[in-house]
Structures are given as C-alpha cells and as structure tokens.
Design a protein around this ligand. Structure first.
Ligand code: F6P
Length: 373
C-alpha cells in the first residue's frame, strides 16, 4: 500500500513555507507514489482532526505565496489549552495519526516545533522535520527557511531609513525580530551599513553607543542608524538575567523554580519597550533628535526570496526521499549545496546563536561599527 504522509506547519509563519509544502507534496506524489494529508493550524489541528487531502494537483500556484496554506499555531502537544484546562495531548495526537493511517508526520517549524515533534517521536510516532524560522537559530543546519527573505526586507528597510536619518540629522533606532538570536539584526545591520548594531549575544553599554554617535558627529556626520535586535539586552540587564537563569537551573524544588521563573518574566516584561528606551537614552546623551521604527511582522510577510524558494524546494524534496526510504526521526538540514539528515535528538534544545567572533562582526568592527561593548 502506498505510504501516507501527514504534514503540518507550526510556530510563526515565514516566507517559503508554501514552497516547502509544494516540494514535499509534489515529489511524494509524482516521484514516490506516496500521498499527502495536510493538517490545519499546527498541532492543534492534529488534535482536533482537522485534516485535508493534499494531492499534487492542489499544490500549483503556491510557490510564491507568503504564509502557509495550512495555517499555523504555537500550541504545544504536551501543554495544550483545552477548554479552561492545560492538558497533555501527545497520546491523542499519536492516536489521531494511527486512525488516519499516517505513516510519517512531517513538522515544518522552528525550535519549539522541533521539540514538539521529538516529544511525539518519543511516544512512538514516525516524524521528520524541516527547519524554518526567520530567526535562523536552529542548530545543525546551515540556514532555515524564511531567514533570507526577512534579511532582504530588514536590509531594504534600513536602506530606506537612511534617507530620513540623513536629511533630518536624526538618530533612527530600528528594531528587528529574531527572538533571542542576533542573526537578522547582524546580517541586515552589516548589509545596510548601520552605525551601531545591538544583538543579544553582545550585551551593550548605552554610553558606548552614544560615544560612537558623538564621534561620528565630530566627523561631520549628523545622523546615525542603530539596528537593535528585539532580544538585545543592556549589560546590567544581562547580568541580572544570567544570575536568575542559573538559579532556576540549579533549583531543585518546584517552588524555587517558580520563584526564579517569575523574576525572569518580570525582567522580560520590562524589556518590552527597550527600543523606545534606547532612543530616549541616546537623545539625552547625544542631543540628536531620535526616532524609532519597529519592523515587526513586515519581516515575515510576502513572497519568499529566490534563495528561500530554492532552500524550501531542496529540503522538501529531500524530505520526501527520506520518508520513501523509511528513515524517520530526522531533521532535513541544509548542508552546503545539498541536504543532510540529522537525528532529531541532536537538534532539540539547542539554539544556534551568533558567535561573538563571527566574520560579519569582525568585518563590521574593522569598519568602525559599534556593537555597544
Ligand atoms: O520566531 C519568529 C518570530 O517572528 C520571532 O522573531 C519573534 O520573536 C516571534 O516570532 C514573534 O512571535 P509571535 O508571532 O507569536 O508574535
């Protein structure tokens, strides 16, 4: 009997998801004679049996579309809001796959999705994952679907912000997504020539940023662009967080873990408007008018770049091949020009952050870009 593949997209949407669904679905159908079932809205759709047939004929004309035709959600199988309760629904999801004769569940998503897929795998389900996130923070893969498009969008945004910064002699502080990894901010900041780049991996001292802006002023440059990652932290904040996270890790009793967690959440809640705070601080320290631009979801929207379409196509087709061979429990990683299956246990729980001696950082520092350190 022909194999049946279930496919879901989970976590934040990102450009290139439809390209991956198309590649997997078409290769599965045309090349390997397997059939594909789409699962709506991530793990929640699996729990609620919301499925749709996805024959190759339905997969035309989606390659260039942003978002995901399947819908997505951030629900976790082991902590699922059901009514007014939070329940572990992993067994229900495994049963749903059995009931629908799904031989392998393909989960396309970021770090959280990989953890969730691994949980289902530990309950006996055959799973394969495909890495996507604009944050580019999944380990063991060269890159993730969506990153290149978001990088292009953020770079173009900084290019455009230069006009106003330059004409009005202002500081423009631009906030870029990326969760707790600095890939997007660093890449766009370097590519668009930001004057200061603040990323989570290098806690910043605002006085150093102001010093760099004032130095530019003395050289006759009365404007500056500061690219700030949403997860960037000031030195004092970073020290406090580090201490608390250590306490949380070492805590043995549930009560102690909860107390540390609450303190971490308090710090993170205060962090919400940190980009506005940076702009205010810089205005005070430099006497230059400062403005803020938060790029937000613009970075995740619209048509995928050619590089993301190529990446999604190679990962999707490699995924179909892996399933045809019966190789389960892997993430299909990007490796050089090709792909590589990486055992899921090597991927989960690890986040790929930026090394502080990354070549992009070293080159930018050679040009005089300030990192706030
Ligand atoms: O993981 C992708 C991402 O866009 C992050 O950069 C950002 O921190 C997060 O998702 C935003 O999440 P949400 O879509 O739930 O607001």
């Amino acid at each position: 009997m022909e194999k049946c593949i279930g496919i879901l997209t989970a976590g934040g949407d990102s450009p290139g998801l439809n390209a991956a669904i198309r590649a997997l679905g078409k290769a599965a159908d045309y090349k390997y004679d397997m059939h594909v079932i789409g699962i709506k809205d991530g793990f929640r759709g699996l729990m609620e049996n919301r499925l749709m047939r996805l024959p190759a004929s339905e997969l035309s004309n989606i390659l260039t579309h942003g978002g995901t035709i399947l819908g997505t959600s951030r629900d976790k199988p082991h902590r699922m809001p059901v009514g007014n309760k939070i329940m572990d629904m992993t067994d229900v999801m495994v049963d749903a796959c059995i009931q629908h004769h799904i031989d392998c569940l393909v989960c396309i998503g970021g770090g959280g999705t990989h953890k969730n897929a691994y949980r289902l795998m530990q309950k006996g389900l055959n799973v394969v994952t495909i890495p996507k996130t604009i944050d580019n923070d999944i380990s063991m893969t060269d890159c993730t679907i969506g990153f290149d498009t978001a990088l292009n969008i953020a770079t173009e945004a900084i290019d455009r912000l230069h006009s106003t910064a330059h004409s009005h002699h202002r500081i423009i502080v631009v906030e870029i997504m990326g969760h707790n990894a600095g890939w997007l901010t660093l890449g766009a900041g370097v590519a668009a020539g930001a004057d200061a780049i603040l990323i989570p991996e290098i806690p910043y001292d605002i006085n150093q940023v102001a010093k760099a802006i004032n130095k530019r002023r003395k050289e006759g440059k009365h404007f500056s662009i500061v690219a700030v990652a949403e997860g960037a932290v000031a030195k004092e904040e970073a020290d406090g967080l580090k201490e608390l996270l250590k306490l949380k890790e070492e805590a043995k009793k549930k009560k102690e873990i909860k107390a540390a967690e609450e303190k971490v959440n308090k710090i993170r809640a205060k962090h919400v408007d940190h980009t506005l705070k940076i702009a205010k601080q810089l205005e005070k320290l430099t006497a230059l008018e400062s403005r803020v631009t938060i790029l937000g979801y613009l970075q995740r929207g619209g048509s995928p770049s050619p590089a993301d379409r190529l990446l999604a196509t190679k990962l999707g087709t490699a995924c179909a091949k892996l399933i045809e061979k019966g190789q389960y429990g892997y993430m299909v990683a990007a490796k050089g020009d090709g792909t590589e299956p990486v055992p899921l246990e090597k991927v989960v729980g690890k986040r790929k952050t930026v090394n502080t001696d990354h070549p992009w950082i070293l080159s930018a520092k050679d040009l005089g870009t300030c990192f706030g350190d």
